[in-house]
Design a protein. Structure first.
Lengths: 253, 393
């Protein structure tokens, strides 16, 4: 069984952290992952930086630009991660835009992920339809889970469809918008979280975008299986450095 | 082979809608409705009236006598430079603002590089009384001050794009982010035949009025609808799409797309996507684009801000791969000289984008009885500064 599915069966609310690979320094990637696991994070999204991250807000744009300037590429990331399974056992997901994966070769990319022990991919700009028709077979061949996004604007019919083809979790985007830390959620989010919870979907939901602190994490996970923190974490390590990662995780739960 | 978009939004292997799920409802709403709306009688009537009374169409198909004599062939200029706002861009913004109104949108966003599309968008928003926000790279804002002032006079808010290289591609990213943040009340007026389906097709259809007019105008002047050649410059490719559109299936008509070589195709400072690019995904579309081996998008260069785009629309990628169109690249120097030549021979100051198309006469030989239509996409007023600096007037 894929590490992601095993983790989703645990009887607890899951905390996931996103960070940009190769940031703040090129060779910080492995240390950040190891620190996160030691701090009790449930799974990790490793951001593969892209020059034009159009679903991301200023924080992740900036960390992506810096990581690219540091010299991060798909090849460099795979090299950094080649022995990661000797020290880390929690689920690892690579999140990135489609073009760098396409240039690497989707099959070569999935094969490399499988060799290293990457469990899943999140590709915001690869449409569901395209995945289904052109890439599903490849992902399945290498047992890589593809995680789909839904948003407050996604119709119920489409959510049902996405649920039917999800074999891991559904990434629930908290509100209409790009990534970025928010301090609190309003009634709109609450209604949306409740609406999705009441649909009794097959795939567990993990909420992302706008989760930044204990309050937003608690609220998100009151209705969903877990929550993902990205921009707030990237801001934190920008200010405090990667040694203080345990303090950040303690402040969330 | 078809050169038109298929039911899934592809031109051959290019096109599609590579968009985050956050944009799916907006793009899907447009995809489901655009053809129905464009084909409705009320839309056609309003669009045609505005093109005639407001834009000043039809634009002349002008026989350039002295230019023809110089190159010993028959050259016609399609005078898109005479459109209101000074370029073909307004054909598309008129169409899209009418589309936005019918979709019930009251807030308009756009991206702009040199500012021509921004001005054309601000213009139609003023005309219709709609809120207008234009994203423009911080660097472009600094080097295109007159167009920034125009947009402000027309009531638009100009927002600097501060990310990445702070030029057109980043302005486009910012506009897309705005649309993600405002999914319900906002319509995004893309300025070229780029972006996710149905944009490339919709914009090409709005611009197709150019070749529709060329056909009947040429019939009146030459006794035939089809020229031997149609020449147009390509950045994203909207004026070329319009000039080629009704000739795509007329294989006897040779299509020439002219890209900006910048300082030279091999100089590292170029925007010649058909030579330097390969298949990839940019701004929601699978097309030819300039990128690193690792799939990071490369910042292009051209003296012409309107050709300074790292990709081409998927239609053009298909025309290039299928060899339906011939792709040529013209350097900054060749373009500037050709622009100045048109001033001296015909009394027309062309936009530097169009000057790239004009430079083809220097590099390619045409027969004496060839009929060549060149789409003069815009006028050069906006480029005076660049011309002055280059020629030291």
């Amino acid at each position: 069984m894929n590490r992601i599915n095993k983790k989703l069966q645990e009887d607890k609310k899951l905390l996931s952290i996103y960070f940009t690979a190769g940031y703040p320094k090129l060779n910080d990637t492995v240390e950040v992952i190891e620190n996160l696991e030691k701090s009790g994070v449930d799974f990790i999204e490793i951001g593969l930086p892209f020059s034009d991250p159009l679903a991301d807000g200023p924080t992740i744009q900036a960390s992506s630009t810096a990581a690219l300037e540091n010299g991060m590429t798909s090849e460099v990331l795979f090299n950094q991660l080649k022995d990661i399974r000797k020290t880390v056992s929690i689920p690892l997901i690579i999140m990135g835009y489609f073009n760098p994966m396409m240039q690497y070769g989707v099959e070569a990319f999935c094969k490399k992920c499988a060799e290293i022990g990457i469990d899943g991919l999140i590709i915001p700009d690869l449409p569901v339809q395209d995945y289904n028709e052109n890439y599903k077979a490849i992902f399945e061949k290498y047992s890589i889970i593809n995680v789909f996004l839904i948003t407050p604007q996604t119709s119920n019919e489409r959510i049902r469809f996405i649920d039917s083809i999800s074999n891991g979790f559904i990434y629930m985007v908290s509100s209409a918008g790009v990534t970025g830390a928010k301090n609190s959620f309003g009634n709109t989010q609450e209604t949306y979280f409740e609406r999705i919870a009441s649909m009794k979907l097959k795939a567990p939901q993990v909420i992302g975008f706008g989760i930044s602190n204990a309050e937003t994490f608690k609220m998100a996970t009151s209705k969903a299986k877990g929550a993902i923190i990205g921009s707030a974490f990237v801001n934190y390590i920008t200010d405090k450095g990667i040694d203080k990662i345990p303090d950040f995780i303690k402040s969330i739960r | 082979m078809s050169y038109f978009v298929d039911e899934n939004g592809y031109y051959g292997q290019f096109g599609g809608a590579y968009i985050p799920e956050m944009l799916y409802p907006n793009v899907e709403e447009l995809r489901k409705n655009y053809l129905k709306i464009m084909q409705s009688a009320s839309f056609k009537k309003e669009f045609d009236e505005l093109l005639k009374e407001y834009v000043g169409r039809p634009t002349p198909l002008y026989f350039a006598k002295r230019l023809s004599e110089k190159y010993n062939t028959k050259i016609y200029l399609k005078r898109e430079d005479l459109c209101h706002t000074g370029a073909h861009k307004v054909n598309n913004t008129i169409g899209q603002i009418l589309m936005a109104k019918r979709l019930g949108k009251n807030r308009i966003i756009a991206e702009t590089g040199a500012g021509q599309h921004g001005v054309a968008t601000a213009t139609v928003c003023a005309l219709m009384g709609l809120e207008c926000i234009v994203y423009m790279g911080e660097i472009d804002i600094a080097r295109q001050a007159p167009n920034v002032a125009r947009m402000k006079m027309l009531g638009a808010t100009v927002v600097p794009a501060l990310s990445g290289s702070r030029t057109l591609k980043d302005a486009t990213n910012e506009a897309i982010r705005d649309w993600i943040n405002n999914p319900v009340d906002t319509h995004y007026i893309i300025g070229s035949v780029v972006g996710p389906h149905p944009y490339p097709d919709m914009v090409a259809r709005f611009q197709s009025v150019i070749s529709e007019e060329i056909k009947w105008q040429l019939k009146a002047k030459e006794g035939k609808e089809n020229p031997d050649y149609v020449i147009a410059c390509v950045g994203g490719g909207s004026n070329a799409a319009g000039a080629f559109y009704h000739y795509l299936d007329e294989e006897e008509v040779n299509l020439i797309a002219v890209e900006a070589a910048g300082l030279g195709v091999d100089s590292g400072e170029s925007a010649a996507t058909s030579v330097l690019g390969n298949e990839g995904v940019i701004h929601g579309s699978k097309t030819l684009l300039m990128q690193t081996k690792d799939g990071q998008i490369i910042e292009p260069y051209s003296i012409s801000a309107g050709l300074d785009y790292p990709g081409v629309g998927p239609l053009h990628a298909h025309l290039c791969e299928s060899k339906r169109a011939e792709f040529l690249s013209i350097t900054d120097d060749e373009a500037m000289q050709a622009g100045l030549e048109l001033c001296k021979l015909e009394g027309i100051i062309p936009a530097i984008e169009s000057s790239h198309a004009l430079a083809v006469f220097k590099t390619k030989k045409f027969k004496e009885d060839d009929v060549v239509v060149l789409n003069l996409s815009g006028r050069g007023d906006k480029d005076l500064d660049t011309y002055i600096k280059y020629f030291k007037f």
